[in-house]
Design a protein around this ligand. Sequence first.
Ligand code: HGY
Ligand code: MN
Ligand code: MN
Length: 411
Amino acid sequence: MTTRSIDNLIAELNSLAQISAEAPPVVTRVVFSEADLRARAYVKSLCATAGLTIHEDAIGNTFARWEGSDPHIAPIGTGSHIDAIPNAGAYDGTVGVLGGLEAIRVLQQMGFQPRRSIELVIFTAEEPTRFGIGCLGSRMMGSVLSPAQALQLRDKDGVGLEELRTQAGFKGALSTVALSQDRFHRFIELHIEQGPALEEQGIDLGLVTHIAAPASLRVLIEGEGGHAGAKLMPGRKDALAAGAELVLALEAAVLATGSLDTVGTVGVCEVFPGAVNSIPSRVRLETDIRDISGVRRDLVLSAFNEACSNVGLKRGVTITTQLVNADPPATCDEEILTVMERAAIDAGKSYKQMVSRAYHDSLFMARITPVAMLFIPCRGGVSHRPDEYASPEWIGAGVHVLARTLATLAL
Ligand code: HGY
Ligand code: MN
Ligand code: MN
């Protein structure tokens, strides 16, 4: 990796970060938003300049292909996402997309000729922001979400997926998004760690062995509203007080597993009517529960569901839960891990094997092809915040080892 090529990549990452629904350094790029479409156009222009042929599927997953000498055999895939949650940073996902493109350009400049084509993939909607479910594009590629289920999805304004994808210019039957088991030979995703381990331990790269199992549960609590001053406490059916009990019940259920690998969060709490002097009559919670063990994660789900019925009975409120997703963990491919380890050694980079606690599109690509992930450090382990940061050295090491890995697998 030359300094010029890293400087160029950092400049591209910075240009991409400017494409946001909010003023820099805040990155907000929700799927099918104006910022998302501008960002897609920018990345596609860079891919076209690199001579890659570009294809977009019916949901906007984008494939930029460097043709190999044997175009009939399955390609090696790499890539990630460019959508971003509100108030996010510049490196989550984008390092895997622009870093993957840079790895291809480095190999092109070296005169490397891949036998297997190498395809850069930009997945649609890795973040759950708009439709409440993460990895929408890769879920559909992996047949984990059917076209019929996808057509049920609506954003918080009640606008459906079909209308939004059509407005964004993506057409074609949703049934064409699902990929066959032989569409890719291997898939590797470069990503920031979104945790503190690599930086704290002074290690250049993380070779990911497992990707944690995410679940998301929607909770609707319906109580009785009323005047906050005139309605006395006995007999109240305060939906938010019930919700508060559930937030603590989730935390207790997670801690009860006794494992550091179990995590749970209530990230969304909507209160109706949301007036200071009105007793909350309706509350919507969105919960996120993860573990590298699907069995342990499911124990938390059942304990939380039990807490929902107990609190509902105790407080006389109606609590309904809807399981949005409960996905199994993914195990990364030993052969790719060995190739990545060799590449790290040859590049003179330190590395360690580790688990990904964040989910990624690789979790669903694992349904159709062997996958692995390559982590680089991020400052303070911070992510999903505007101060998210990865240094040029860290990014350069990731791109260098990714390029070597792609070259080995594409021979
Ligand atoms: O939430 C996640 O794990 C990912 O960053 N979307
Ligand atoms: Mn993210
Ligand atoms: Mn990500």
